[in-house]
Design a protein around this ligand. Sequence first.
Ligand code: 2P0
Length: 323
Amino acid sequence: MTAVTARAHTNIALVKYWGKADTDLIIPQTSSLSLTLDQFYTDTTVAFDATLTTDTVTLDDTRLSTTASQKVHRFLDLVRQRSGETRFASVTSTNHVPTAAGLASSASAFAALAGAASRAAGLDLSRADLSRLARRGSGSATRSIFGGFVEWQAGHDDQTSVAVPFQEHVDWPIAMVALLLDPHHKKISSRQGMQSSVTTSPYYPAWKQVVAADLAAIKPAILAQDFTATGEILEANAMRMHALTLSANPPYSYFNGDTLTAMQTVRHLREAGVASYYTLDAGPNLKVFCQTPDLPAVTTQLAAQFGANRVVVAHPGPGIQFL
Ligand code: 2P0
């Protein structure tokens, strides 16, 4: 019985993934591009153990029920299938977030699980293969195998749908300020939400064109370290993703009142000469993209309005590590 521990960081998509072409293999409708973040990560230890009669999953010191850990069981089945491992596993996972407000993410969770479970089962996978494996747990986990700026190339099957580093070592003084507005679990999961957008939003075909254009534009902007162009693209892309929720049937939204207020704050900062742009995922928490010299202005304003304990500064982070 060998226990293996892996650490994976979460990532924030600058050009978002919002919809699957294949819900079983998790092949997305479009490619996406993200930035891995240093402040939010998951440490996961996996050990296959002949004395176990079922897989056990412990998250932040709490043993999960079979129902709550269904996705993990299915993921372990996949690893057993590939490796020939027949034993059940114990999985122990800790989410590291700087406050109790919770930015727990399936991206860091399944990336760390892919690493720890595959190695514990005796597989020695390349990072590309780890990315493909992590994808089967959660789409966004595909990208969390790599550090810095990462592109998940949509592809069309298990082999071709994989993340590739776009710029792994980021030498650009940028930051992503997380504003934690609501720690609660979302009512509509990303999985349900994106599928509803694919099947019911009349804007979905336009979204695919938006993503293609945004990817083509953001890559040269990142390489040129063009902060304004990068910021404008990521903010517009996030809003257009959220337009898919508002235009679904039935319509829904991940925004709350504070989300709208915080968006206005960022616009005010910009008008006052503090260059900053926001993005947000399937929840109300904003992430504010800014340049390191502007961090004091951004964090002071957000802390004054929402409370210092809700503001966490993140920078570009690394890819998967084995501890
Ligand atoms: C992303 N999100 O690109 C997008 C933007 C949220 C908004 O990927 O069903 O947990 O497990 O593949 O990866 C969150 O969805 O969904 C997500 P599944 P996932 O980061």
